[in-house]
Structures are given as structure tokens and as C-alpha cells.
Design a binder for this molecule. Sequence first.
Ligand code: DX5
Ligand code: ZN
Length: 216
Amino acid sequence: MNHLIAPSILNADLLRLGEVIAMLNESQADMIHLDIMDGVFVPNLSFGFPIIKQIKSVAGKPLDVHLMIADPNRYIERYRESGADYLTVHYEVCEDLAATLKRISGAGMKASVSVKPKTDVALLKPFLEYLDMVLIMTVEPGYGGQEFIETSFEKIRLLRKLIDEAGTGTLIEVDGGIGMDNLEQLRDAGANVFVIGTSIFSAENPLKMISELKNL
Ligand code: DX5
Ligand code: ZN
């Protein structure tokens, strides 16, 4: 399977959001990554339901919604109504992860869990059957433009092994500090989906950068 590119708009020019989405629609991006932050789980605030709904109304790609929020169970169905196609909750804030993942699938979305850099991926083994995707954070969640954490490679290799043994076909998504200089190594380690924000939106020509990343 060719690798998938999920541009994160957190660091895009939000004053020109309509143009940004139009560019992504035209690009080789496979989905649009939306970072939802509540100022509690992470020390930052991003965007809420009204903006997701407006993006959905013009997006030509699936919405990959990454919830960096406390107690995500409060809003699962509302994210579906707002247009989420993939919904990622953080392992660190789920009391009953299996129940949450089943609720996400039941609401008609792809179910995904994210782990922070210090969280062991082996903890996910009992949940793989409920997981369409796992998002491995390769930076501490909360901000775009951070340095890639090198120890992420061994986590990806271990998770790839667990998924292949389980035969669940769960996607591995990686997120934070990714670009032309490390995508291929991450793909070799077993990642399939690449969340990329700064490397795309700080490029001279984001459309061209997405094509280059897609065709590596
Ligand atoms: C950080 C977010 C990332 C970020 C993208 O908490 O989850 O998606 O916006 O990271 P960069 O800008 O490093 O590609
Ligand atoms: Zn993200």
C-alpha cells in the first residue's frame, strides 16, 4: 500500500483557511488532519465544532480528527455530526478504551487511539481488534513545529510487529516533526500515514511539497 499523507492545518494560515482547504482538495493529500486542543489535556487551545463543520462543508478529503482533549467520551457523536471520518482519542485519558473505540465505530467513524511519546505501545495489544488506526506522537502533543523525537522509531517497529502478529490491518499514523528528511525511515520502520504540518505549510509551494512527500 502506498503511504498516506495527512496535512495538519494547525500551523497553516488560518486567516486564509478557505484557500488552504481548496489547495488540499487539489493536492495529493489523502486526508486532512485537524488538531483539537482543549487547554486541559494539552497547554494549548485550537478549534471547535463550528470550524470543523465549516471545513467539512468544503473539504474534498476525509477529516482525520485528533482529539487532544480530556474526557473525549463527552463528544463522540458530536464529532461525527461535525464531519469527522477518523476520530483519534488519547490512551492517557480513556478509562475504558475498548468501550470508547466501539462507540466511535458505532457512530460511523474509523476508530483510532494516540499515545504520547512516553506511553508504551505494548499497552495497545488488547485493543488492536477495535482499532482502525494508531497514532504515535513523535513530539509531545500541543504544538506544531517541534523537533522529531528519535526514540519513536523503536515504538513504530514494535507496534508494526504487534499489528502484523494480530493480523488486524490497523494503520500506523505518526505525527510531529515529520518531513522529507525522515519520512522514508519512518515508512521503513512500519508507519503508513504521515501527519505533516510545518514541513508543508512553511514550504514555498505547499501543493508541490505534498506531491513530493506523497511520491517519496
Ligand atoms: C501536535 C499536533 C501535530 C502538529 C503537526 O500536537 O498533533 O499534528 O500540528 O506537527 P508538525 O508541525 O511538527 O508537522
Ligand atoms: Zn495531530
